[in-house]
Design a protein around this ligand. Structure first.
Ligand SMILES: Nc1ncnc2c1ncn2[C@@H]1O[C@H](COP(=O)(O)OP(=O)(O)O)[C@@H](O)[C@H]1O
Ligand SMILES: [Mg+2]
Length: 356
């Protein structure tokens, strides 16, 4: 067993999650402390600009340096804040571009600086081997979900609602199938920021005050993404054009929020799963939005519960995943599978950078 720290900075750009765990990359011996350090408004804005500019940036573009240094420093603070030694750190980095069809996926972060600060080897670059082999490069959580769900009744669906939403389906025989279901909190956060200045719709209050617009919803759900079979994955901005053309902008703030919540839930209900799960366990910040949870419960036939019902930590799950995957990188074990990313065969990945 190794002691690992995982670090995840999701597409919501809200902050970095860090988590400690003990694992051999197959079984989990125990979880330890977790922490989330929020990003300040300037870092958020800079990362958002990088996301928008990424298609035209080169890998060493000076536009990256300052924001990446601050992003990395925040990750190093998170490692220190856990206050527990680890043998290895898993550093996902911030995705600023995800275009698997072009065999490109790009996570930024200064791995050498982080290894220097943490003083232990750092596993990173988790997605590019999968994408190079023809996979979607995402989601990578399924093999971790399978380990943490050992002993739970199957088929089971684990839904993570971050900026993008992704599901892992675990069959009775252990079969894994996964995909991004569609946009998660991302478009809702953008809508709320534009209309109220808040970073997100706290407790779903705005959405609860409105009603979904059927015509806008129908236009959004006509997006070809929903007709694709799994595995499949999304860039944070893949729905930007569809959202802009949907008529959403003409809606009142509360109705727009309600429409986006309903859209998220309809997209989850359309996830091409092989068989209905007995239960949906929901992690990520979206589980804190009662409007989202109610919309899911209205559309999914099986019980929908936060992952805490299974004794997991829904804020730390993604970070724990990258600690787990760091150990798998070190052991050369696959990170992705044909059913989870569409890669032709089980695919190891990641690289390890020792402290300088
Ligand atoms: N109390 C809450 N009410 C409504 N939404 C929330 C709440 N807490 C978190 N969220 C949502 O969760 C998002 C962060 O989710 P997170 O799982 O950290 O996503 P990511 O993995 O993309 O960083 C926020 O941007 C917000 O949309
Ligand atoms: Mg987050």
């Amino acid at each position: 067993m190794l002691r690992a720290i995982g670090l995840m900075s999701g597409t919501s750009l809200d902050g970095v999650d860090a988590a400690w765990l003990e694992t051999d990359g197959e079984r989990i011996a125990g979880f330890g402390p977790t922490v989330t350090l929020p990003y300040d408004a300037r870092l958020r804005a800079d990362l958002r600009r990088l996301l928008e500019r990424a298609p035209t940036l080169g890998p060493d573009d000076p536009a990256l340096a300052d924001a990446v240094a601050r992003l990395t420093a925040r990750h190093a603070e998170a490692v220190a804040a856990l206050g527990r030694h680890a043998d290895i750190v898993g550093f996902h980095g911030q995705t600023i571009l995800h275009r698997p069809a072009e065999r490109r996926t790009w996570q930024v972060g200064d791995v050498v600086a982080l290894a220097r600060a943490a003083r232990v080897p750092v596993a990173h670059d988790f997605r590019s081997a999968d994408v190079a082999a023809g996979g979607e490069g995402a989601p990578l959580a399924p093999i971790f979900h399978d380990a943490v769900a050992a002993g739970l009744q199957r088929p089971l669906a684990v839904l993570n609602i971050g900026g993008v939403a992704n599901v892992t389906w675990i069959g009775a025989d252990g079969t894994l199938l996964a995909c991004d279901t569609g946009p998660g909190n991302g478009p809702l956060d953008d809508w709320v920021a534009a209309h109220t200045g808040a970073a997100y719709d706290r407790d779903g209050a705005l959405a609860a005050a409105g009603g979904a617009d059927a015509a806008v919803l129908a236009r959004l759900l006509a997006h070809p993404y929903f007709a694709r079979p799994a595995p499949k994955s999304l860039d944070r901005l893949d729905f930007s054009a569809a959202l802009a053309a949907s008529g959403l902008a003409s809606l009142a703030p509360a109705d727009g929020a309600a429409t986006l919540v309903t859209f998220l839930a309809e997209a989850v209900a359309r996830a091409p799963l092989p068989a209905p799960p007995r239960r949906w366990l929901v992690g990520g910040g979206g589980r804190r939005n009662p409007a989202i949870m109610a919309a899911l419960r209205a559309r999914l036939p099986a019980p929908v519960a936060p992952v805490e019902d299974a004794g997991w930590d829904g804020d730390a799950l993604e970070a724990q995943c990258f600690g787990f995957l760091a150990v798998r990188v070190r052991r050369g074990l696959p990170l992705s599978y044909p059913g989870t990313t569409g890669v032709p065969r089980p695919c190891p990945g990641g690289r390890i950078t020792p402290p300088p």
